[in-house]
Design a protein around this ligand. Structure first.
Ligand code: ADP
Ligand code: ASP
Ligand code: MG
Length: 406
């Protein structure tokens, strides 16, 4: 008898008809002799809809109240799924995140799970129940409701799987696996039969929306085998797992795109020790994550410094940077939201020189200008104009022959 933690995303529980479909699948898993925990997201666009309603209140959208509100979406779908399972004659119970023992820090809207006391889940499983847990939510040390960041139900599921030492975590979604690129962008994107944790973490962190990066971190840390599958067919999915053998490492496994980027440039920054420190420490103090940084060659004891941040943070960052310009004696600043990041990821690029050059060649051939570059052992990322992002993903997919990947 296996212990399975399954997760169904928003599109998989978007209507009662869909809930009925997935309930059959879940009941079948139990009938096959498995203990089954199900983590659910809110129905369809419920989370966006709740945010829209909150915006209409005229309030200042305090994080605490927003988490209180957004967590209701997952509770709805959890109860509806439990009711549907019961209607099919299965024993099922729904639990909120806190009933399931999920504790997080108090960082509202992007809280991190730090402990799961899975006693209640175990008791309910032992009583023969399918245990449906509301995803995306935890409880802060002060007993307040928190949410885990957009897409956070993935993390709830993998963290529960880790705490129960489950045999597998099955992430059911609207595509039947992890593809070489977002299938909405590249028609010929190919489903990967497997992918290593490190590569999956890079792809997720670089914008591939299929899994929340934190979920992959949990999987990697606790060695949870995660399979990404489609809710609405029985196709085999993609196994996210440990890949040690060099033969199984691909030079490039996938391409990620991220439009949530903005670029800020400071001009004529004095070239002296401590300036970058002041700039980036101040941004960090305001919880603004800096991604790529580029500093131009010095002229007349001055440099230009440009960096990228999440577009969501731009409004918060601009007054901070404007103040910094004066403080550090730069001559001015400029910003742009019309940039995007395209990245190639592959564990095999460590032992294959020339991969970055091939990437730059493909972009050059397509007349796509590169504004910034960053590399690590298993990825190369380029900041380009946003309106070229789809073309960039497509030419890179072709260049690295990803339609032939297994
Ligand atoms: P869920 O609501 O089930 O959590 P998401 O919308 O969060 O689903 O994630 C699934 C979507 O991720 C797919 O519909 C797909 O468009 C997108 N996606 C982005 N990159 C990839 C990729 N490399 N492989 C598969 N899907 C991807
Ligand atoms: N409902 C939340 C969101 O839309 C969490 C999730 O779907 O995983 O981000
Ligand atoms: Mg998701």
């Amino acid at each position: 008898m296996a212990l399975l933690v399954t997760k169904f995303g928003g599109s998989s529980v978007a209507s009662i008809d869909k809930i009925k479909l997935i309930a059959k699948k879940i009941k079948h898993l139990q009938e096959e002799g498995n203990n089954v925990v199900v983590v659910v997201s809110a129905m369809g666009d419920t989370t966006d809809e709740l945010i829209r309603l909150a915006c209409m209140t005229g309030g200042n959208l305090s994080n605490r109240e927003m988490d209180m509100l957004l967590a209701t979406g997952e509770q709805q779908s959890a109860a509806l799924l439990a009711l549907t399972l019961q209607g099919l004659g299965a024993k099922a119970i729904s639990l909120t995140g806190w009933q399931a023992g999920i504790s997080s820090d108090a960082n509202y809207s992007k809280a991190r799970i730090y402990e799961i006391k899975a006693k209640r889940i175990k008791t309910e499983l032992a009583a023969g129940n399918i245990v449906v847990v509301a995803g995306f939510q935890g409880l802060s040390p002060d007993g307040d409701i928190t949410t885990l960041g957009r897409g956070g139900s993935d993390t709830s599921a993998v963290a529960i799987a880790a705490s129960l030492a489950a045999d597998k975590c099955l992430i059911f979604t609207d595509v039947d696996g992890v593809y070489t690129a977002d299938p909405r962008m590249v028609e010929k994107a190919k489903k990967l039969s497997y992918i290593g944790y490190e590569e999956m973490l890079e792809l997720a962190s670089l914008g591939a929306g299929i899994l929340q990066p934190r979920a992959v971190e949990f999987a990697m840390l606790y060695r949870v085998d995660v399979e990404v599958l489609c809710s609405f067919n029985n196709n085999s999915g993609t196994l996210v797992t440990e890949v040690n053998s060099v033969e199984k490492q691909r030079v490039v496994s996938g391409i990620a795109d991220d439009r949530n980027c903005a670029k800020i440039a400071l001009f004529d920054v004095p070239d002296k020790p401590g300036v970058a420190m002041i700039l980036f420490k101040t941004l960090a103090k305001h919880a603004i994550n800096v991604d790529m940084v580029i500093q131009s060659a010095m002229r007349n004891e001055r440099n230009d410094i440009a960096f990228t941040i999440e577009n969501n943070d731009l409004e918060k960052a601009l007054p901070v940077v404007e103040k910094l310009v004066k403080e550090i004696g730069a001559s001015g600043m400029a910003y742009g939201e019309n940039v995007a990041k395209v990245s190639i990821v592959g564990a095999g690029m460590q032992s294959n020189p020339g991969v970055a050059a091939d990437m730059f060649e493909a972009l050059a051939d397509a007349n796509i200008n590169i504004h910034m570059i960053s590399t690590s052992e298993i990825k190369v990322s380029c900041i380009i104009d946003e309106d070229k992002i789809q073309a960039a993903v497509q030419v890179l997919h072709k260049k690295f022959e990803l339609d032939k990947v297994e």
